[in-house]
Design a protein around this ligand. Sequence first.
Ligand code: S3P
Length: 169
Amino acid sequence: MRIFLIGFMGSGKTTVGQKLARRLGYSFIDMDMQIEKESSMSINQIFKELGEDGFRRREHDLLLRIIRMDNVVVSTGGGVPCFDNNMELINQNGMSIYLKMTPESLVKRLVHSQSKRPLIRELSSAELPGFVKTKLQERESYYLKSKIIYDGLDVQIEEIVRMITREPL
Ligand code: S3P
């Protein structure tokens, strides 16, 4: 089985993904970390040198490889579901879980980690809330295609495990 954690930047995909993988005895892939490792560049550098298009191509290429793996929990980058046919690929090949959060909760988390995220690193604390609200509105229709919608503020790993085993693939 392949499990994909979906959601906006700051929704906790990496933390939840690591815990879920450990609980299930699956491997864990964080797409951002994997892309950084394979390119020997940080996400910020990739955006600077290859542009956002270049980064999105790398995300898509990595996803095409991930859907051939098995027993893996994947933390996707916040943009993955919104480009190419990525969300269709995810749903055709695995279980998608959207960690849903309000813009307000996301902003509270993101203020502490703006610098490694090229889309928000240059924003002032006054600009961040508006950006998150608008971007989430743009993206949520993709996130909502996930098979499971889960409250990102109150994550219970055992409950997720029960939901996964109930849902048809
Ligand atoms: C992005 C989210 C980031 C990373 C890149 C772009 C986005 O991943 O892929 O900075 O477009 O939302 P996280 O969701 O893990 O922060």
